[in-house]
Design a protein around this ligand. Structure first.
Ligand code: HEM
Length: 462
């Protein structure tokens, strides 16, 4: 039977997604779904129409799927669209006035200071930290070979270690567990907006705000300890050694003022938090898909095996990992960690011919956009070929896991470098098999998470 046709290798699949509602929901039902899993909110129309309008809890809402409308809000007239009340209430206790929540002149100054530390120029230094931390995780996983393990906590610790080490030269071993415990507690108690969070003006504290305020005091004490631990290290000789040195040295070009201690705390908290959970879930979905598609996984492992993934050469190796990069890009399409980007109109405007009143909540959902019927062929199918060199790249405003415009993710390059290198190292060392039962559903809970702890079994690759 030498001539019998071999089965084509399977590198694409329809992966599970939450069901779509089949009828219009009442406001109360929609609110309950929002708390349970926002990814279940949108019906078929959302994946077909250019713009969806409606009212929710007394406010006008618009969701944009048309590239032209998205460009208008996030780029052309971005100054008219600020962060919404829900995001401010939920994130302010953790991120304070750091880059994510800042606006106006303060935002411009912070962005100018932080962006250079995240630019492609700094990726070789980052790659070293990524490889060093990944080595450590590989050794840890090596001890768990052959038994069912929940991979996510390993990926979260890895991403946290990389964030702390590369941005703040901090060994996170002494802080990682406490930081994760604080974040998990906050997420459980305060991250989901209550009805009053969305209804009350920001100046009036909601019941949840009171608990959030108390949490902030503990949180700031923790971040202070991080900064003190760093201050106890020998000072930098010559130029800045990392982001913290750059922040400490920065002066506002207009006023000459530096970042005070309070601002430094918010910046450290913002960069560590924004930088690690999103990357950890990206790695989770990339591993999960690889486990569901063993042929695809073998192909990626073969590519990784040919690359030099050592500390000295990892930055250069990125160029020789196009299939792994395409796998990550496609995982970010189907499971975008930031599933909803929300703004609030500050003044009346017109978006794609529609009048928009001040106060309208305008959103772009990468989750919906990336599965939109008009923008993608066979949108629910995983197919990394879409992102391989030579494929026609997607429209700028149809694919935006990192957002777009002046507030595009400042860590996008960082995240992609980290995800590609870590995945390459993991797949080169291990064959990852899914050991759970049933479909793993994505759930929107701060980021796009798996709906439960997912077990995998690792084998050592020859
Ligand atoms: C796969 C990983 C990541 C994803 C999917 C992601 C996604 C995003 C998105 C969609 C935005 C724009 C939000 C908006 O317009 O409202 C954003 C902003 C931001 N991200 Fe990321 N991010 C990731 C990794 C990182 C990393 C590694 C860092 C830090 C090292 C970071 C720091 C930030 C900050 C500070 C902002 C706010 C920027 C500003 O407002 O100027 N992110 N991110």
């Amino acid at each position: 039977m030498l001539d019998a046709p071999q089965p084509a290798s399977v590198t694409t699949a329809l992966l599970p997604r939450p069901p779509m509602p089949t009828r219009e929901r009442s406001q109360v039902e929609a609110f309950l779904v929002l708390r349970r899993n926002p990814l279940e909110l949108w019906g078929a129309a959302a994946y077909e129409q250019d713009i969806l309008g409606g009212r929710f809890l007394g406010r006008e809402q618009l969701m944009l799927n048309s590239p032209e409308a998205i460009r208008h809000v996030l780029v052309a007239n971005h100054e008219n669209y600020g962060r919404n009340i829900g995001a401010r209430r939920v994130l302010q206790p953790l991120l304070g006035r750091g880059l994510f929540l800042a606006d106006g002149a303060a935002w411009r100054h912070q962005r100018r200071t932080i962006a250079p530390a995240m630019s492609p120029r700094t990726m070789p230094v980052l790659s070293r930290h990524v490889v060093a931390a990944a080595r450590h995780t590989e050794a840890e996983l090596d001890r768990l070979i052959g038994q069912p393990i929940v991979l996510m906590p390993h990926l979260q610790h890895l991403a946290l270690q990389i964030a702390g080490q590369s941005m703040f030269s901090l060994e996170m071993a002494g802080f990682g567990a406490e930081l994760r415990a604080l974040v998990v507690e906050y997420a459980r108690r305060f991250a989901q907006p209550g009805a009053l969070d969305l209804l009350l003006p920001i100046a009036i504290p909601s019941p949840l705000d009171l608990g959030r305020g108390a949490f902030r005091a503990d949180w700031l004490r923790f971040i202070d300890r991080l900064i003190d631990a760093r201050a106890a290290q020998a000072p930098a000789e010559g130029g800045p050694r990392d982001l913290l040195d750059m922040l400490a040295a920065a002066r506002d070009p207009a006023t000459g003022a530096g970042f005070g201690r309070a601002q430094l705390r918010d910046e450290v908290a913002t960069m560590i938090l924004a930088g690690h959970e999103t990357t950890a879930v990206t790695l989770f979905w990339a591993c999960y898909i690889a486990a569901r598609l063993p042929d695809q996984q073998d192909r990626l492992a073969a590519e990784a095996a040919t690359a030099d993934l050592s500390e000295d050469n990892a930055a250069d190796a990125l160029r020789s990992l196009p299939a792994i990069r395409a796998h990550v890009d496609e995982a970010l399409r189907l499971y975008p960690p930031a599933f909803l980007i929300v703004r609030e109109a500050l003044a009346p405007d017109v978006i794609a011919g529609r009048r928009v009143a001040a106060g309208t909540v305008v959103s772009v959902s990468p989750w919906v956009l990336h599965r939109h019927r008009k923008l993608w062929d066979d949108p629910d199918r995983f197919d990394a070929e879409r992102f391989m060199p030579g494929a026609i790249p997607p429209d700028r405003y149809s694919y935006m896991p990192f957002g777009a415009g002046p507030r595009i993710c400042v860590g996008a390059q960082f995240a992609l470098t980290e995800a590609v290198l870590v995945l390459a190292r993991l797949l080169r060392s291990f064959r990852i098999s899914f050991a759970g039962r049933g479909a793993v559903m994505p759930r929107g809970f701060v980021t796009t998470q798996p709906d439960r702890p997912v077990h995998f079994v690792l084998e050592r690759r020859p």
